[in-house]
Design a protein. Structure first.
Length: 411
């Protein structure tokens, strides 16, 4: 055996061992450690892929029967696991979970498999194991190519989903470039499920927090390319914008409020934003008491301010005067400008991508001086590209009824 052959053989053995170890880790985490279920799940029309945020899917499927298949180690159905293990695909890296889900779908006689976790690439290939069963993906939140939807980094794949339900028309076009299937813009099903209560907003400016606890130099996440993004770098935008906003509020006689991610005003989040303010500056903390409280907070605001939060776009779709300051650290936000994947100017009447105090004041003054009618007209060319508003989720419900009642057109 020559040196090159030996080297190739060693590489193959190491690769096989690595793949085997990875499969064992997945098997232990998802199938050995979780709670064991022994009864066969009931028949259903809809199988919900992933228990995460499944309550929102249940709300829109109405009277149609459903079963949830957890895929994060919450529980495992032993009879269906055994059935899945008899399939060759179960032992193929990247197909283990899908093979288990396919066993679930077949056992339940499901007509439709729905997920609300739109950045799980394994779901995009589930169709290969589901002959005769349709799939639907619902967009969960705003996305980017840095940490979420980097299709190019995943190589060339045969991705197919019968129905891709996105939040805006720009996102629908983006998904259609990489996924074979019908794409519809339906908005945010969370947002659509909470009715807007019309009120008379006072002179209050509400900043939408995206805070997650951490230390300044701790790793916050890794990009698709493997680059480490540190907590302090990620939240530099908040440190700059919230300071400017506190100053602007004082100068323009607005009350400043923080739409929080936590439930109490003595939280780490509250202390973080207070540390940004100048001495003597204060704000009202609006805690997250329920899923609906964020919508109530933005609906009652005179002006809503966001960096790049999903709630910010939901606020805009609800007709609230909303300003965006899209300036995360450019070392890891190279492609995502305001409105991505749509292409908008660097600055517009209610947004800017520039970290400039002059630009900040221009946008704030533009939004503050506009009447509700003027702001609606200002947003009209952009709003449906970003986030559709469909109160009650009539579009999603109608499509699900169509698919289940008529078996729908296969893509």
């Amino acid at each position: 055996m020559n040196r090159m052959t030996t080297k190739n053989w060693i590489a193959q053995v190491c690769g096989t061992l690595y793949t085997g170890l990875e499969l064992l880790k997945i098997f232990y985490r998802l199938f050995v450690r979780p709670k064991k279920l022994w009864r066969s799940p009931p028949k259903c029309e809809v199988l919900i892929y992933d228990a995460a945020a499944s309550e929102f899917v249940i709300r829109i499927i109405g009277a149609h029967s459903s079963v949830i298949v957890p895929i994060r180690g919450e529980s495992v159905n032993v009879p269906l696991l055994v059935k899945a293990m008899t399939k060759k695909t179960f032992w193929v890296r990247g197909q283990t979970i899908n093979t288990y889900v396919a066993a679930f779908a077949a056992n339940c006689h499901a007509k439709l498999v729905i997920t609300f976790i739109d950045n799980n690439f394994e779901f995009y290939s589930l169709w290969k194991l589901l002959p005769g069963i349709q799939t639907m993906m619902i967009q969960n939140g705003t996305r980017d190519t840095v940490s979420d939807l980097n299709f190019g980094a995943n190589g060339t794949h045969d991705y197919r989903i019968n129905y891709v339900l996105s939040q805006g028309f720009a996102q629908s076009r983006y998904f259609s470039q990489f996924i074979i299937g019908r794409a519809d813009a339906i908005g945010s099903i969370r947002n659509n499920s909470v009715a807007k209560k019309f009120c008379n907003p006072e002179r209050t400016v509400v900043f939408v927090s995206q805070f997650r606890g951490g230390a300044e130099n701790s790793e916050f996440f890794r990009t698709n390319s493997g680059e480490i993004v540190y907590w302090g770098a990620f939240y530099m935008a908040e440190k700059v914008i919230f300071r400017w906003l506190a100053d602007w509020s004082d100068e323009n006689d607005y009350t400043l409020a923080l739409c929080g991610m936590m439930q109490e005003d003595e939280s780490e989040e509250c202390k973080f934003f207070q540390s940004i303010c100048r001495e003597g500056q204060t704000f009202t903390y609006l805690p997250k008491l329920s899923e609906a409280s964020g919508y109530s907070n933005v609906d009652n605001a005179g002006i809503v301010v966001s960096v790049d939060s999903t709630l910010g776009f939901e606020s805009l779709s609800r007709g609230n005067k909303t300003a965006f300051f899209y300036n995360r650290d450019t070392t890891f936000k190279l492609s995502e400008k305001f409105g991505w994947p749509a292409v908008f100017p660097e600055s517009g009447p209610f947004w800017t991508n520039l970290r400039s105090e002059a630009e900040f004041e221009r946008v704030m003054n533009s939004v503050a001086s506009a009447t509700d009618e003027e702001f609606a007209k200002m947003c009209e060319p952009y709003i449906n590209e970003l986030m559709v508003w469909d109160p009650g989720n009539s579009k999603a419900k109608a499509l699900i009824d169509l698919v289940l009642d008529t078996k729908g057109p296969a893509s």
